[in-house]
Design a protein around this ligand. Structure first.
Ligand SMILES: CC(C)(COP(=O)(O)OP(=O)(O)OC[C@H]1O[C@@H](n2cnc3c(N)ncnc32)[C@H](O)[C@@H]1OP(=O)(O)O)[C@@H](O)C(=O)NCCC(=O)NCCS
Length: 259
């Protein structure tokens, strides 16, 4: 078995077994070209590629995504070896944390993560919201995040650290909004998907129901005006009932401290 950087010609082999990975299909076909360009897209091969996994290194964090093993070659430690390979690259870069996102119902993957000493760090809920015209605009722009509870924000389905640098950059691009109708503001971070057209990805920190409803209403109208086709909301909280807001799936963020 060889682990190596992916190349263009691997795509067909990988997509061959990444079509019906989940009940809804798979997204590897949509991100392959981008991930190949980004680098650290690894394949494991036995004559032909039979497994894949992508690593994203940011300041002090390894993000692992897109782990797929050909069904004919599972339970042979292939996924574990791909992950360990990325971890060893992270350790060389003196990165101390590794993170991955796993559907709360994906037992094989959760067991694999536990087997590799990943611990449950946080649980997040994914909601979809349909853009729709309305008259609610009562929100403010600016950074009101001071709390260490807000550890990460989501950019293209990657949970990236919220620190002074990222907050400053998000704030300067007007990507942070909040609603403060009482002393418990709700805050949202808005990002365009880098991999999917016209998709708005929102990290939502809910302080109180009234503020969260206000933000959702704003997002719905914002989505309509900016011609987004879909709005994806990631939040640690359970959101209130709202027209055209649908809970899709929940994820565990699994974390490992590398040494
Ligand atoms: C999840 C997945 C990547 C695991 O790949 P794999 O190469 O079979 O995993 P490994 O052989 O490295 O498994 C290591 C350990 O994880 C656990 N594990 C993995 N698959 C398991 C399963 N189906 N049932 C129970 N435990 C499982 C076991 O503890 C296993 O060790 P063991 O075989 O000695 O008991 C693979 O099943 C897959 O591609 N699934 C579809 C895509 C997916 O869910 N990706 C992850 C998204 S986060």
């Amino acid at each position: 078995m060889v682990i190596r950087e992916a190349k263009t010609s691997d795509k067909l082999h990988i997509l061959h077994f990444c079509q019906n990975t989940f009940s809804w299909g798979d997204y590897i076909k949509d991100v392959w070209d981008n991930w190949l360009k980004e680098g650290n897209l690894l394949v494991i091969e036995k004559n032909i590629p039979i497994g894949v996994c992508h690593g994203v290194f940011s300041q002090n964090q390894l993000w692992i995504e897109g782990i797929r093993i050909n069904p004919d070659f599972r339970r042979q430690d292939l996924a574990s070896n791909l992950i360990k390979h990325l971890e060893s690259l992270a350790i060389q870069k003196k990165i101390q944390t590794s993170l991955m996102l796993i559907d709360t119902e994906n037992s094989p993957s959760l067991l694999m993560a536990q087997n590799l000493n990943y611990k449950l760090y946080q649980t997040w809920n994914f909601y979809s919201l349909l853009p729709q015209k309305n008259n609610s605009h009562d929100i403010s722009f600016g950074n009101v995040i001071q709390d260490s509870r807000f550890s990460h924000f989501v950019k293209s389905w990657r949970w990236l650290p919220l620190n002074e640098d990222s907050l400053h950059s998000l704030d300067s691009k007007n990507h942070i909004i909040y609603s403060r109708k009482n002393q418990n503001p709700s805050i949202a971070i808005l990002e365009d998907s880098e991999h999917f057209e016209k998709t708005l990805i929102v990290t939502l920190f809910s302080g109180s129901k009234i503020n969260t409803m206000n933000i959702i209403s704003f997002l719905q109208n914002f989505g309509f005006e900016k011609k987004y086709t879909r709005i994806q909301i990631l939040t640690k909280e359970i959101l209130p009932e709202f027209k055209n807001l649908e809970h899709k799936i929940s994820f565990h963020l699994m974390q490992k401290l590398l040494s």
